[in-house]
Design a binder for this molecule. Structure first.
Ligand code: ACO
Length: 474
């Protein structure tokens, strides 16, 4: 029965894939999809744009073709036929799970939904006055205390795990290949801590990744409830990851269609190359700080308006437009004022974002299935605006809808409050963040770019008069 109700969703995704094949051409970009021979030559722009930081098998974004791949699988196939649990396993372990692997992975994820100490600690914080992402970040960092004693006053670090290869001991002017000894120490550190047999779960390694992927959704659920003035809801072990997330945030068990749509949305957001939050997570992890603190940094990066959060702005924009008949004049005015249209354009994609290709039809499906009058108006405005933007900026500048254009409408139809759109993004990205950290740590090298010094060198030091007076007083 559940399968029959969600069959339409599979068809919509398959149709979206066919459309993508028809409309976008292009090949693999050799500059971003080939083994690296270090040191690598690349053209680097400000903000490290174009820089190659590492090799990865986890995912690939082909910006000119509008293609997204996880571990070799096209995103359309994963959305049509997989679940978020399977995709998380795939990202972390490189292959889709067998039946027994999936069942033990699911068991672990369900066990790790239970984070009573974290929720208890969170409840003592001013969650209602903090931003949702600040609260999510705090909760993720508190999860660390569920599994490590590292911050207790009695904790004595094992000196054998302290890595000698920090930035003071690696000669910074060496070619960037990793000093032999340093690489050995890093590998040793990771392996030793994995086998260390701590009393609780190890603070690194795959169990910590599972703990984070699962636990962060419980944190999101608790934060959402507290911010709405309710007590957190206990997780339901019978529900899938997607269904439990909706349940813990809204207090309502989703229909099979709602569950499936959330599942697809989570898959679509699980990984997306070396974006700012992924890079932030990896930079912190590369210091061998633990993965909880590393993921907290990813959440912090995602909280910035240039990264997560455009979907909330899209809804505000659609509300401001107000009706389909206003679209053309609103757009003309916005263009004249050189306004960026929210939900369009992307740093990497110069084609239609494949995630938007899936989310657009899903938004329409949800609205048609039971959306209220406001949702119907929002969708009609969005579709009219899409036509205007593509006809003027599509071919000319490669500006097409991005993932955020339709996701706000989708989440609204699922009953998710707008301030929870970005936390949901973080909940799904936990899979990509942890997978990329685990991959990078296998050949870890602490991130350490250089800044070009453009200051002066020969300024003469002159003690200030104020400082003189202070010294005299003493
Ligand atoms: N609306 C209108 N014009 C746009 C838009 C847009 N949304 N995005 C880019 N352009 C135009 C720019 O004005 C610029 O035109 P010009 O050449 O005449 O100066 C050209 O396209 C290139 O723009 P850049 O800003 O250089 O593009 P960049 O790749 O740096 O920006 C970004 C990408 C930040 C996403 C931008 O498209 C934008 O601000 N979009 C709106 C916000 C948004 O939707 N963000 C979500 C992105 S997806 C995500 O983060 C999950």
């Amino acid at each position: 029965m559940k399968h029959v109700k969600t069959k339409k969703i599979t068809k919509l995704i398959v149709d979206a894939e066919k459309k993508a094949h028809k409309e976008t051409k292009g090949d693999i970009e050799p500059a971003f999809a080939a083994p690296v021979k270090w040191p690598v030559d690349c053209v680097v722009g400000p903000g490290l744009e174009g820089a190659i930081a590492c090799e990865s098998k986890i995912g690939y974004v082909n910006g000119s073709k509008g293609e997204l791949i996880y571990q070799g699988y096209n995103i359309f196939d994963l959305c049509a036929y997989s679940t978020f649990e399977e995709v998380s396993y795939l990202l972390l372990h490189g292959n889709l799970p067998t039946k027994p692997q999936l069942s033990s992975f699911n068991e672990k994820l369900i066990e790790y939904r239970n984070i009573p100490n974290t929720i208890g600690t969170l409840m003592g914080f001013p969650i209602r006055t903090m931003s949702a992402m600040a609260a999510l970040r705090a909760g993720t960092n508190f999860m660390r205390y569920e599994c490590t004693y590292a911050d207790s006053p009695d904790y004595i670090p094992d000196r054998s795990k302290i890595i000698s290869a920090d930035e003071d001991s690696i000669p910074m002017e060496t070619i960037p290949m990793g000093e032999e000894h340093a690489i050995y120490e890093f590998k040793k550190g990771v392996k030793e801590s994995k086998d260390a047999g701590l009393d609780l779960h190890p603070p690194e390694g795959y169990p910590a990744c599972y703990h984070l992927i699962s636990g962060v959704s419980s944190v999101a659920g608790a934060v959402a409830r507290i911010r709405q003035g309710f007590l957190p809801i206990a997780f339901d072990p019978e529900l899938s990851h997607a269904a439990n997330l909706i349940y813990m945030i809204t207090g309502k068990k989703p229909t099979p269609v709602e569950e499936r749509v959330m599942d697809v949305a989570l898959i679509l957001h699980a990984d997306h190359g070396m974006n700012a939050s992924t890079f932030a997570t990896m930079v912190v992890a590369s210091t061998l700080s633990d993965i909880y603190l590393a993921m907290g940094s990813g959440i912090a990066a995602l909280s910035g308006p240039l990264h997560g959060g455009a979907n909330e702005e899209v809804l505000k924009m659609l509300e401001e437009i107000g009706s389909v008949s206003n679209v053309a004049s609103w757009y003309k005015h916005a263009r004249a004022k050189k306004k960026k249209i929210m939900g369009f354009g992307h740093r990497v994609y110069r084609a239609y974002d494949p995630r938007a290709r899936v989310l657009g039809p899903l938004a329409e499906h949800l609205v048609n299935e039971g959306g209220d009058a406001q949702a119907k108006t929002m969708l009609s405005i969005a579709k009219a605006l899409e036509k205007e933007v593509i006809s003027t900026l599509g071919a000319k500048k490669g500006i097409f809808p991005n993932v955020d254009f339709y996701s706000g409408i989708v989440y609204s139809c699922l009953g998710i409050p707008p301030d929870f759109f970005t936390p949901i993004f973080a909940v799904s990205r936990a899979a990509g963040w942890t997978a990329r950290v685990m991959e990078y740590l296998k050949h870890n090298r602490i991130f350490r770019p250089r800044a070009m010094y453009v200051g002066s060198f020969d300024r003469k030091y002159k003690q200030s008069a104020g400082k003189d007076k202070k010294l005299k007083k003493k």
